[in-house]
Design a protein around this ligand. Structure first.
Ligand code: ATP
Length: 317
C-alpha cells in the first residue's frame, strides 16, 4: 500500500467533483450525456444511498467508481486516492456487488473466490475464503458447481466476491431487486455488521423504504445532476408536513380551522388535517375541533416518508 500521505482527504471515502459522462453516439442514436458535472462526497463509515429515477445516472456513477466505465471529465477519488493518479490503490479500496449474476457456472464458490482473490493480487496467506463462505452462508456449497446454486446463493456469492480483497468501501447495486425476504434480511444483517466494523457502504435501490431504514445519508440524482444530498433524517424532516387523521364519529361538518390547515374527509369517514408543524402546534387543531363540539374518538399522526420526498423532488413538470 502507498504511504498515507498519498491519500487526499481521509474524512470522505469517496469524493466526486464535476463528474461528466457522455456516451458516444451509436447505431443512429445521438450521444447521451448521462452525468452532467456531478459533485458528491460520501463520508467514511456511512451507509450511503444513491437514489434516482430510471436513467438518472446511478449505474453510470457506480460503474465509473468500479473502473468499468471511463469518465468523460471530472475527478474521482476513492479512499483518498485519485482514480487517475493512483488507479491501482483506488481500485483496491472498493468492492462492487453488481446487479447481474455474472458467475462462472463451472467454478465452485470456493474456486470463484480464489480466482477473484488472484485477480486482486491477494497473497495466499492473506486470503479469507473460508470466513467469507461462512459469512454469506455458503460453507455447505463451497465445492458445488456454481451453476447448481439457487439465484439467492449466487447473489450471496457475489457479495463474497466483492469482499475478497477486504475493501474499505462496498458498493451494492440494487442488491435486493427481486430477492426473497430471507435473502434480503441476510444481506442487510451482513451489511450492518460490515458497517459496524468500519466499512463504508454505498447502495442503490428502488425500494425507498429500504433506503429510509438502512441509509444514514442519501443522495438523489436525476438526469445526471445532483438534486439533493443530506442525512436521511434531515430529508424526512425537511418536508415540514404532518397529517392528523381523526375519527370524529358521526360528526361530518368541517369546523373552522386555523389558517394553513388543509382538511379532507377520507373515504373511511375520518378527517385528515395536514399542517406544517414548524408553524402550527397540533393542539391548535384539536382546540378548533373541541370548540366546534366535534368528538375526537381517535387520532393518528402521519409523517411523510422518503417516497413523498423523492416524488416531490424528482417529479417532472
Ligand atoms: N452504454 C450506454 N450507451 C449509451 N447510453 C447509455 C449507456 N448506458 C447508459 N446510458 C444512458 O445514460 C443514462 C443514465 O443511465 P444509467 O444506467 O446510469 O441510469 P440509472 O440511474 O442507473 O437507471 P436505472 O435505475 O434504470 O438503472 C440513461 O439515459 C441511459 O439510457
Amino acid at each position: 500500500m502507498p504511504a498515507p500521505q498519498d491519500r487526499i482527504d481521509a474524512a470522505n471515502a469517496i469524493e466526486i467533483r464535476g463528474l461528466t459522462k457522455t456516451y458516444a453516439a451509436s447505431g443512429g442514436a445521438a450521444p447521451k450525456q448521462a452525468l452532467k458535472g456531478l459533485d458528491l462526497s460520501i463520508p467514511a463509515g456511512s451507509i450511503f444511498g444513491l437514489l434516482g429515477p430510471n436513467g438518472a445516472g446511478k449505474s453510470t456513477t457506480i460503474n465509473i467508481l468500479a473502473g468499468l466505465v471511463r469518465k468523460t471529465a471530472g475527478k474521482v477519488s476513492i479512499w483518498g486516492f485519485d482514480q487517475d493518479v493512483n488507479p491501482r490503490q483506488s481500485r483496491a479500496a472498493i468492492g462492487v456487488m453488481p446487479q447481474e449474476l455474472n458467475i462462472d457456472p463451472f467454478l465452485s464458490p470456493r474456486a470463484s473466490l480464489e480466482v477473484q482473490a488472484g485477480l486482486y493480487g491477494v497473497p495466499k496467506r492473506e486470503r479469507w475464503t473460508d470466513d467469507l463462505l461462512e459469512l454469506v452462508g455458503l460453507t455447505e456449497q463451497a465445492e458445488s458447481y456454481s451453476r447448481h446454486l439457487s439465484g439467492g446463493m449466487k447473489r450471496r456469492l457475489l457479495l463474497a466476491k466483492a469482499l475478497v480483497h477486504r475493501p474499505q468501501i462496498l458498493v451494492l447495486d440494487e442488491p435486493t431487486a427481486g430477492v426473497d425476504i430471507q435473502l434480503r434480511e441476510m444481506l442487510w444483517r451482513n451489511v450492518r455488521r460490515l458497517n459496524e466494523q468500519g466499512m463504508t457502504i454505498i447502495l442503490t435501490t428502488h425500494y425507498l423504504e429500504e433506503a429510509e431504514e438502512m441509509c444514514d445519508r442519501i443522495a438523489i440524482i436525476d438526469r445526471g445532476e445532483l438534486i439533493l444530498c443530506d442525512d436521511t433524517s434531515a430529508i424526512l424532516g425537511r418536508a415540514d408536513s404532518k397529517t392528523l387523521v381523526i375519527d370524529t364519529g358521526d360528526a361530518r361538518a368541517l369546523p373552522q380551522l386555523p389558517e394553513g390547515v388543509r382538511a379532507e374527509r377520507r373515504a373511511d369517514g375520518r378527517l385528515a388535517l395536514s399542517y406544517a408543524p414548524s408553524r402550527l402546534p397540533a393542539d391548535a387543531m384539536i382546540d378548533a375541533l373541541r370548540a366546534a363540539g366535534m368528538p375526537i374518538r381517535d387520532v393518528t399522526v402521519e409523517t411523510p416518508d422518503l417516497e413523498d420526498a423523492f416524488v416531490r423532488l424528482t417529479s417532472r413538470p
